[in-house]
Design a protein around this ligand. Structure first.
Ligand SMILES: CC(C)(COP(=O)(O)OP(=O)(O)OC[C@H]1O[C@@H](n2cnc3c(N)ncnc32)[C@H](O)[C@@H]1OP(=O)(O)O)[C@@H](O)C(=O)NCCC(=O)NCCS
Length: 209
């Protein structure tokens, strides 16, 4: 008998802008402790608090047009899956922290992987992201698995770094350079063609030769 995993159909998702109309759906994330446990979201079990939270989130994103999202993630049949986005990191111009939170019923079906792929496509296509970063609780295997599958590299560990729910859990810090600084890209591009040496004005041999 073969031990190969059975093939899984790839979920089809759409990312749209988050609005107040998504509040009741968002409650199934924020009102489930297991879902928020490894995130920075506060556990919010009732609709009034969720509505206030939604206003704060929309207000904060509304003030900074360079953030990506917040996106509401749905299957193409409209079923609410979760939220995601990427925030400009403080004191940087082009570094973004990606985040995602999916409802519990959606876990373990490959949806997180596909959703992160969509978000990364937005970041890349924008042409304005130098680096994407992410932090994940060390015990959150699903989260760091999807990050690594999308090319994120583990850079360091912050022991006891996740204090949000009073647990003091370890964090992995991940990063991925999206856009190589201009000089490097040019050097790489020019590597394939003959360059002029500006000091001698003779043809310089490309490094790779
Ligand atoms: C993290 C999250 C987005 C992952 O989404 P998901 O749809 O469950 O992830 P996927 O199904 O695409 O992939 C997860 C992978 O990790 C693997 N995985 C999960 N738990 C695992 C474990 N304990 N040990 C080994 N592998 C594990 C899964 O098997 C899967 O790999 P596979 O595709 O080979 O089967 C989702 O669980 C979530 O939203 N959690 C709550 C919020 C959260 O933690 N957000 C991240 C904060 S950093």
């Amino acid at each position: 008998m073969s031990s190969a995993k059975p093939a899984r159909s790839v979920p089809k998702l759409r990312l749209g802008p988050l609005t107040r109309a998504d509040t009741a759906d968002a409650l199934c994330l924020w009102g489930d402790y297991e879902t928020v446990r490894y995130t920075n979201w506060t556990y919010t079990p009732n609709l009034d608090e969720a509505a206030e939270r939604m206003d704060r989130v929309l207000g904060r994103y509304g003030k900074e047009p360079r953030h990506f999202g917040p996106f509401v993630v749905r299957l193409t049949n409209g079923w609410f899956v979760g939220l995601m986005g990427a925030e400009l990191c403080p004191e940087t111009e082009r570094d973004y922290e990606v985040w995602y939170i999916l409802r519990r019923e959606a876990w373990g079906m490959g949806i997180g992987h596909v959703a992160l792929g969509e978000l990364m496509r937005h970041l890349r296509d924008s042409g304005r992201v130098r680096k994407a970063v992410a932090t994940t609780v060390t015990a959150n295997v699903a989260s760091w698995t999807i990050l690594e599958r999308h090319g994120f590299v583990r850079e360091r560990v912050i022991h006891g770094g996740h204090k949000v729910h009073g647990e003091g859990l370890g964090l992995f810090v991940y990063g991925q350079v999206i856009e190589v600084p201009c000089g490097h890209a040019t050097a790489h591009f020019l590597g394939g063609i003959t360059q002029r040496n500006p000091f001698t004005d003779t043809a310089a041999v490309p490094e790779s030769a």
